[in-house]
Design a protein around this ligand. Structure first.
Ligand code: SAH
Length: 347
């Protein structure tokens, strides 16, 4: 891809309109048409924009390129129909995305970076560090390709794949604008979740935007000491600081916060941990999502016993906390973050 060309799919409709009217002296309504070709009809080639003149197509090709991810592998779970997609980016890097089919609609879990630099001990995405962040167009195309390949509408998006979204904050905000734009896929903000390991300043920044997006916090431990053994980011921000930022987010958006808690056998699944967690979350309008840890071969963490998971859940519930146990989807297709990419790179 020539470097002078602009990434047209990362431009908002206002930016595109400005670009096309100022730079190419195109009429305004054309910008809207082109935006719809890219973000509603999901074309990946200027030649497929059938109501655009040949002359304008040529001008577009001289100035812009259209990001297109290439599917290199698609795995379908025999257990629950979950699909895992491995996509190749134009620079040869690969990323993974997951399609989960629920009664309420299709949900896509996207990656926000190639690799990750957060270093969480249970996570496969971070084992080789961060390669680079994804551009808005690349994150969008994870969803666009899946919708085109399946022919089914995607109604929910979770930014819970590889990478730390708030380590790619500007591009995430841009991506959210494009994803929820009424001229594009028009996904409701309420159907979007962004999951973070807890970069406090970014949580506060997002809170200021007052979007209706669900914020999910990867907590995984009820105290800083234990959290530091699982997640290096805990050395930088305390749970108190995170919970304060969550309160601000809630005050600004009235959106209930989700806390993710991956249960690791003998590490964070004891009744003492449950009690401490209850104490910490008391009075917050929140929801706890328990995730039985998906063991990766590079680390010694084991999944909690089913009876301990149940006990943990019951204890929280008895104390008035909303809890769900995340259904394990796609266990047979390397469902955990970053597992598929890693095995692809190693083969
Ligand atoms: N960086 C973001 C998004 C990453 S992954 C974040 O930290 O939230 C989404 C969730 O899956 C996070 O809660 C993450 O901690 C968790 N996770 C990652 N690998 C896991 C594994 N092997 N087993 C269970 N949960 C895992």
């Amino acid at each position: 891809m020539s470097s002078e060309l602009t990434d047209i799919k990362s431009l908002s409709i206002d930016e595109l309109t400005k670009e096309l009217t100022d730079r190419l002296e195109v009429q305004k309504f054309r910008a809207k048409q082109i935006y719809e070709w890219l973000h509603k009809k999901l074309v990946t080639d200027f030649d497929d924009m059938s109501n655009i003149s040949k002359e304008l197509k040529n001008k577009l090709k001289e100035n812009y390129y259209i990001t297109k991810l290439e599917p290199v592998q698609v795995l379908t779970s025999k257990i629950d129909g979950t699909q895992k997609y491995l996509f190749k980016l134009s620079d040869g890097n690969v990323i993974e995305s997951v399609l989960m089919k629920y009664k309420f609609g299709n949900s896509v879990c996207i990656s926000s970076q190639v690799g990750c630099r957060m270093g969480c001990r249970f996570c496969a995405s971070t084992l080789d560090g961060l390669e680079r962040s994804l551009r808005p167009s690349e994150m969008l195309d994870e969803i666009y390709r899946i919708q085109s390949l399946t022919g089914e509408r995607v109604s929910n998006v979770v930014i819970m794949g590889s990478g730390e979204p708030f380590d790619n904050y500007d591009n995430i905000v841009k991506f959210l604008d494009l994803l929820t734009d009424e001229n594009g896929l028009n996904i409701s903000q309420r159907n979007v979740t962004v999951s973070t390991c807890g970069l406090v300043p970014r949580i506060l920044e997002l809170a200021k935007r007052q979007l209706q997006i669900t914020l999910a916090i990867s907590l995984h431990a009820p105290n800083d000491e234990l959290r530091r053994t699982m997640m290096p980011i805990a050395n930088k921000y305390s749970i108190d600081e995170i919970l304060h930022a969550c309160k601000v987010y809630y005050e600004n958006t009235k959106r209930r916060i989700t806390f993710e808690y991956s249960l690791v056998q003998g590490v964070n699944d004891t009744m003492e941990c449950a009690e401490e967690l209850i104490h910490r979350l008391r009075g917050m309008n929140c929801h706890v999502n328990l995730i039985p840890v998906n063991p990766i071969k590079e680390r010694d963490y084991k999944q909690s016993f089913a009876k301990d998971i149940e006990k943990f859940k019951n204890r929280l519930e008895k104390n008035g906390i909303n809890v769900t146990i995340r259904r394990e989807m796609g266990r047979d297709i390397q469902g955990a973050c970053g597992q598929l990419r890693k095995s692809y790179l190693e083969s």
